[in-house]
Write a protein that binds this ligand. Structure first.
Ligand code: THU
Length: 131
């Protein structure tokens, strides 16, 4: 996971965050072992900002990858680990099974290692799906 985190940190260097000055990178590991990264891209109309996590999902899916085993998120400008926002949790859950791992950290060595199922419970796509 630290290797995936290093990819996320590298991706965060490309963040376009002139308004928040809060750079975030995400690295998604597909079930077939490929890594897809994203960074946050802000807009002067703040609500149009796209988070790093959703950027990584859009990139991976556009390359034909739809199933992910793990995600790392690196927030360069926060000491504390930064978890994905609610919108990103739902988008991630579309392409990750509940036991897929989400690993996040800030600029310190502290990391949080959880599952998408813990971050996004009662998921209508997986947990509540009719068999
Ligand atoms: N941001 C992300 O890209 N991912 C997160 O998990 C948290 C927040 C971005 C959105 C915005 O550009 C900046 O961080 C401040 O919220």
């Amino acid at each position: 996971m630290e290797e995936l985190f290093a990819e996320a940190r590298q991706a965060a260097l490309a963040a376009y965050a002139p308004y928040s000055k809060f750079r975030v990178g995400a690295a998604l590991l597909s079930v077939d072992g490929r890594v897809f990264t994203g960074c946050n891209v802000e807009n002067r109309s703040f609500g149009l900002t796209i988070c790093a996590e959703r950027g990584a999902v859009m990139y991976a899916v556009s390359k034909g990858h739809r199933s992910f085993a793990a995600l790392a998120i690196a927030a360069l400008d926060s000491l504390a680990p930064v978890p994905p926002c609610g919108a990103c949790r739902q988008v991630l859950s579309e392409f990750m099974l509940p036991d897929a791992r989400v690993y996040f950290g800030g600029a310190s060595a502290e990391r949080v290692d959880v599952t998408i199922g813990a971050l996004y419970p009662f998921d209508s796509l997986h947990d509540l799906a009719v068999p």
